[in-house]
Design a binder for this molecule. Structure first.
Ligand code: SF4
Length: 194
């Protein structure tokens, strides 16, 4: 069968992985080596960019990355080949870090659903922060224990639980720990770990 006459179904069958079903996947399946074209496209995309070393924010492996930016805007994030940790590789989650920054689905507003309500409403950030602070203060005041019944010093509250997210970086977590422990919170967790 010639390459011209190959059916679409056969083309898809011969494609592999995520490349299957795309024009590039089809070309790759037909034996074309696309690596030079991909490398050139990548090179063009970052030719004018500044490169900043960084670290993947997602988990405790701490893979190194390079962030490329043009005029202060991120245009690409990839694994740092110089890294002794990941040698330029990123897992699927890390490979999608760019979408943390550039993503039309990312919400840029605070959404609030009042108790009993069925719809979300936009809440100004200042108002949301004040409300969180108010609730934390009230809860801590109500639940803080200085000493146990036997006189043992506790200085803690079991009324607040802190759950961090993977996109919080080291600096944020450092400050967050200080704040939570200062309040007497002992239930502190973060899912950014292996
Ligand atoms: S999430 Fe993936 S890329 Fe990021 S640090 Fe962990 S293993 Fe590395």
């Amino acid at each position: 069968m010639s390459d011209v006459l190959i059916s679409r179904r056969a083309l898809l069958r011969r494609g592999t992985g995520t490349a299957a079903g795309t024009a590039l996947g089809g070309l790759a399946a037909l034996g074309s080596d696309l690596r030079p074209a991909r490398a050139q496209a990548q090179d063009l995309r970052i030719r004018e960019a500044q490169a900043f070393p960084s670290v993947c924010p997602y988990c405790a492996v701490g893979c190194d990355t390079i962030v490329h930016a043009i005029d202060g805007k991120i245009v690409n994030i990839e694994g740092d080949v110089r890294s002794p940790i990941n040698g330029g590789n990123l897992c699927p989650k890390g490979a999608a870090i760019y979408q943390l920054h550039v993503n039309p689905n990312r919400s840029l507003e605070v959404l609030h659903r009042a108790p009993g309500a069925t719809a979300w409403t936009v809440m100004p950030l200042e108002e949301a922060m004040d409300r969180v602070a108010q609730l934390v203060k009230e809860t801590r005041d109500e639940t803080f224990k200085g000493t146990a019944a036997d006189g043992k010093i506790l200085n803690h509250t079991l009324g607040i639980f802190s759950l961090g997210g993977a996109t919080m970086d080291n600096e944020w977590n450092h400050l967050h720990q200080k704040l939570m422990r200062g309040l007497g919170v002992v239930a502190i967790e973060n899912q950014a770990r292996i």
